[in-house]
Design a protein around this ligand. Structure first.
Ligand code: ZN
Length: 240
């Protein structure tokens, strides 16, 4: 059984379509999404429609939450806040309801899905280091948990201690617990502009990070045409 695990699509239709094409070519059985379908880029409705049409199980991201409510945008940088306001204007009441109904965590097969952290999944903390990963592990009841939010692919492993690092492909040790960031489809931030997602092969017990080129210029043009901040277009070219 093969799972494709995607996160942080962020309304980037060009990136999402390339990822879906690659997923088809990988003979994947199921797809799950770790949240932030909307926010930042110019096609939130289209990306949301695809997720819904394909019945992709999804957890709630912070942008899904803020774009579907009128919650004050404390803690958002000005560009992100502007994109949230813009996205709120695009989404219908019914689409917002769908996003609001998403759960913070859920199970798929034998693994856990979360957008940010397991210790406080509705507080949107960022797991960049071992210390933050160590806080999440005690709440992880499955061997594998996949998360997003930082847009930086990194794998943490716990046995007697917590270790972590970047990865491309590795074999899972059944005696260890893993907390794995799958990178971002729609706005990579690890200085690599290629979109990212993971293929989890449950028979071979392998995790593979896939990186793909997509039409960045087209996504950028849409951002500018929508009147979204220029910075949101620029950053796609640098992957940060
Ligand atoms: Zn995000």
């Amino acid at each position: 059984m093969k799972y494709a695990i995607i996160a942080d699509i962020h309304g980037n239709l060009e990136a999402f379509q390339v990822v879906l094409e690659d997923i088809r070519a990988q003979n994947v059985d199921h797809i799950v999404c770790l949240g932030d379908v909307v926010g930042y880029n110019a096609n939130p409705k289209e990306c949301l429609q695809i997720v819904r049409d394909m019945n992709i199980p999804c957890v709630k991201g912070n942008h899904d939450e803020y774009c579907s409510t009128d919650n004050p945008l404390d803690g958002f940088n000005p560009h992100a806040a502007q994109a949230v306001h813009w996205t709120r204007d695009q989404l219908s009441a019914e689409e917002k309801q769908w996003l609001r109904d998403l759960k913070y965590t859920r199970m798929a097969a034998n693994f856990t899905m979360v957008h940010s952290t397991l210790d406080a999944p509705d507080r949107w903390g960022y797991v960049f280091d071992k210390l933050a990963a160590a806080a999440s592990f005690p709440y992880q009841n499955t061997q594998m948990c996949f998360f997003g939010h930082t847009h930086v692919p990194v794998a943490f492993m716990r046995d007697t201690m917590v270790r972590g690092g970047t990865y491309s492909k590795f074999k899972v040790d059944p005696s260890k617990k893993y907390f794995i960031n799958v990178g971002a489809v729609g706005q990579p931030r690890d200085n690599n502009p290629k979109c990212a997602y993971v293929v989890y092969d449950m028979s071979a017990m392998t995790i593979e990070l896939r990186r793909l080129e997509y039409d960045i210029a087209a996504a950028q043009q849409k951002i500018l045409a929508a009147g979204l901040p220029e910075r949101l277009a620029e950053r796609l070219a640098f992957g940060r």
